[in-house]
Design a binder for this molecule. Sequence first.
Ligand SMILES: Cc1cc2nc3c(=O)[nH]c(=O)nc-3n(C[C@H](O)[C@H](O)[C@H](O)COP(=O)(O)OP(=O)(O)OC[C@H]3O[C@@H](n4cnc5c(N)ncnc54)[C@H](O)[C@@H]3O)c2cc1C
Length: 386
Amino acid sequence: MLREMVRDFVSEFVEPQALEFDRDEKFNLDLLKSLGEMGLLGITASEEHGGAGLDVVATVIVHEELSASDPGFALAYLAHSMLFVNNLEFNGNDSQRARILPKVCSGEWIGAMAMSEPDVGTDVMALSTTAVQREDGSWVLNGRKMWITNGCLDDDGTPADVVWVYAKTGTDVKGKAEISTFLVENGMQGYSVGQKIMDKTGMRASNTAELVFEDCIVPADNLVGEAGDSLIHMMRNLEIERVALAAMSLGIARRSLDEMNKYATDREAFGRQIRDFGQMQRYIGESWAKYRAMRAYIYDTANNMGLGNAGQRLDSDGVKLFATTAAKEIADAAIQVMGGYGYVAEYVVERLWRDSKLLEIGGGTIESHQKNITRDLAKAPEVIND
Ligand SMILES: Cc1cc2nc3c(=O)[nH]c(=O)nc-3n(C[C@H](O)[C@H](O)[C@H](O)COP(=O)(O)OP(=O)(O)OC[C@H]3O[C@@H](n4cnc5c(N)ncnc54)[C@H](O)[C@@H]3O)c2cc1C
């Protein structure tokens, strides 16, 4: 039922705008807000606060369906519903949940998550944004965050209504950074957009921004958990983020395969359908097998994954590692099968190909997944023979 509902919504409202918003590098804020009426903005949030209370499988279905049409729009949805809303549901306290979840589940507020910085991405523990507590308990944040999806909501510098910000609040006895999480809201002094990042290769229908925190005053109540607690927040949420990004890859793969398969029937050359040529069969056949393998691994992982607990990194990294590159390869195969038509926007697959590349970088690079998997298999080699 959920899949059908999202598919209907996508064909009526998402597909007709996808080409234009990619071409113009515009974010369709109203369309994102309208997902609130369907209960999708708080898909994993508790029903008492306006969420849908659904699980990881439901999350995968929604990301797959949105991304099969408009991955840029799906990325904005992911940043809001997973990076902000799901994070708050599982890591915030009761009063933060009661105050903020109804606003972000309805779409009144749009959220973002700010981890990356101009000089720090993969090496997140080296982040340089600081938060210092004042005598009255409030905090002062200083630093810049880079590449923040939904960081700005328009081209006029309106920042996300609320952003989940990681900052350094100290150093432990071993000299390791202590990271804490703050809920920064639009209107708080010292919080602004540095720039909307333009000319992206893909995901152009989502806004990506640099955010500036300059002596930004954050009330004590907006600290999430205890100071220095954030590593566990980060790990919990990165796992669901990676599965959702893999689900976006699945949507790209499915659509690319569908487009190339239809085209291979319609197009003739040398008096035959191009699907009769062995080289075209290799593109289609291999894409089908990769698509089915992605699908099985992603839904299997989603079925076994709990929300809100860490410790499922082998497969959250595994699905993203496999699916993102497979989606890029399948979109590439689609362009090749469709020849010159595949290379222009009207035929969709060139946009999917551009969008797919981000998925090998955002939410952790494919190299970081290789590193994590190899590290985790050293700790628990028995899982290989389970
Ligand atoms: C469109 C877009 C949207 C984004 N949205 C968000 C967002 O909403 N919130 C947010 O916080 N961030 C966001 N990001 C940032 C994204 O998560 C980072 O770009 C990503 O984590 C990589 O960091 P980096 O770009 O600093 O690259 P770096 O970490 O500098 O990496 C550069 C290269 O070095 C490699 N490398 C680094 N360390 C190692 C290592 N130990 N071993 C092997 N190779 C290594 C990397 O794999 C990569 O190939 C977004 C990025 C983009 C482009």
